[in-house]
Ligand binder design. Structure first.
Ligand SMILES: Cc1cc2nc3c(=O)[nH]c(=O)nc-3n(C[C@H](O)[C@H](O)[C@H](O)COP(=O)(O)OP(=O)(O)OC[C@H]3O[C@@H](n4cnc5c(N)ncnc54)[C@H](O)[C@@H]3O)c2cc1C
Length: 428
């Protein structure tokens, strides 16, 4: 039986480990922290006796690799699927504007949804629709020099349309703002969401904390297939000889009894332990932060599962009954504020947008993820590495590896599966 070491237990490492286990490999997964999940995990907040996520994660119907992965580990039931896209957008004073796909055939369902999106005036909705109609006719490559902002300007998407639609969508999908995001990467993701079938635009939410939603099921799957998971063990150095990795030094031991290695580490961690790996010239990732503010209320009057806020510092509110999760994407400018300052700011927005006053707030917790995602600017196009390296038994995975997708769960899962497939293909 061939043995594969998988370094890193985020979505990418787990995906690799699951697909390699499925194919009959012996897997040993080495994870530096005491838990699985990497940037997507949950834990118990002792003060409030609640399982909370390090940050709310949204999946979409178009996350095909992720949904296959959930199916494989028998965890699809841990997800809540919208029947069709519905997002309740909110302007100040709790004015709610649903953006809702209609229960008719695709793509008429989305067209009618946009035509009825009353946060925009009718002529603005028509402009938005015309943008979507025209998008498919852009010559390939013409967008890779534009930012999303440039593109929207070119297509007459004026300020109100940007604020009530594009800015929220860009922050949600790419965790960056329209001036930094690549129009090419945004166009690719819009096509995935809006042009690949009826279910693609629907939102999928974890039913439980992230660890319960997928980490435990993946762990169970790997173990049931004879694999091992080592926690609190850091990969520290990879020794290469000629065209192969021959030894992995960890904080606990030296490992030589492997046939293959998948690095599912973030770029900055890989560069430290394996500087020999040849990466594309000029590869340099910059990162966007996400702030998550958990709020506990005495009583919750919100009715919908989540809301998107128009023209607010807070992008999303997720409703878990007496506990709310507020998300601020693209938060590099706010991340150095103190937790108290962040809470004050968010409490003011809650009052202004959904009429929840500070008196109704029992407790709060702020989580800062500074390097939440890399920024999908035009600079990175063509600079992400493939899964294959110059070493024939050493492969790369991680959301930052070339997948054609931005820094998302789908990219991580896809990269992990690709690395596993390359290993399978290289075995006689
Ligand atoms: C707050 C937040 C919200 C997000 N929201 C969304 C969302 O709504 N939708 C979406 O699709 N994506 C979202 N993302 C992005 C998504 O979480 C990531 O793209 C994905 O989790 C990345 O997975 P990964 O396996 O590539 O990397 P990671 O999750 O970073 O995993 C890398 C793993 O390697 C381990 N490691 C590091 N160094 C070593 C070492 N030397 N030895 C051993 N192990 C090591 C780490 O501990 C970690 O477990 C969000 C991210 C954050 C932070």
């Amino acid at each position: 039986m061939k043995k594969c070491l998988v370094l890193g237990g985020g979505f990418a490492g787990l995906s690799s480990a699951v697909y390699l286990s499925k194919a009959g490999f012996k897997v040993e997964l080495i994870e530096a922290s005491p838990k699985l999940g990497g940037r997507a995990y949950s834990f118990t907040d002792q003060d409030n006796n609640t399982i909370i996520d390090n940050g709310q994660h949204i999946l979409m119907g178009c996350y095909r690799e992720t949904l296959d992965f959930f199916r494989e580990i028998n965890a699809l039931d841990n997800l809540d699927f919208q029947k069709r896209l519905q997002v309740n957008f909110v302007k100040e004073n709790f004015r709610v504007f649903p953006l809702k796909a209609f229960p008719v055939f695709y793509p008429l369902n989305l067209i009618l949804g946009i035509l009825n999106y009353k946060a925009l005036k009718l002529y603005e909705r028509l402009k938005l629709l015309s943008f979507f109609f025209k998008m498919n006719f852009h010559p390939a490559g013409s967008l890779s020099e534009l930012s999303v902002y440039d593109w929207l300007e070119k297509e007459n998407q004026d300020e109100n349309i940007r604020k009530a639609f594009w800015e929220i969508l860009c922050a949600g999908a790419l965790n960056t703002n329209i001036r930094k995001a690549s129009a090419k990467i945004f166009a690719d993701i819009l096509k995935q969401i809006f042009f690949t079938g009826r279910k693609s635009a629907a939102i999928v939410l974890p039913k439980y904390g992230l660890t319960e939603t997928y980490c435990l099921a993946a762990q169970k799957y790997i173990k049931a297939n004879g694999g091992e998971i080592k926690f609190t063990e850091k990969a520290e150095e990879i020794i290469f000889d000629k065209d192969k990795a021959v030894k992995v030094l960890t904080s606990k031991k030296e490992i030589e009894d492997f046939d293959f290695v998948v690095s599912a580490l973030p770029l900055f961690a890989l560069e430290k332990i394996a500087p020999e790996i040849k990466l594309p010239d000029g590869l340099r990732l910059t990162y966007s932060s996400i702030l998550t503010i958990h709020i506990w209320l005495n009583e919750n009057k919100l009715e919908k599962a989540f809301y998107g806020l128009i023209n607010s510092k807070v992008h999303w509110i997720f409703n878990h009954s007496s506990h709310l999760t507020l998300v601020i994407s693209d938060a590099n400018d706010l991340v150095e504020l103190s937790k108290e300052e962040i809470f004050e700011m968010v409490a003011a927005e809650l009052e202004k947008f959904v009429n929840i006053s500070s008196k109704e707030i029992k407790n709060y917790r702020v989580i800062k993820e500074k390097r939440a995602t890399f920024i999908p600017s035009n600079y990175i196009i063509g600079r992400r590495p493939e899964a294959k390296t110059q070493f024939r038994n050493f492969f790369l995975a991680g959301d930052w590896v070339e997948t054609g997708l931005p820094s998302t769960i789908e990219s991580a899962v896809k990269s992990g599966k690709t690395a596993a497939q390359l290993i399978l293909n290289s075995c006689p």
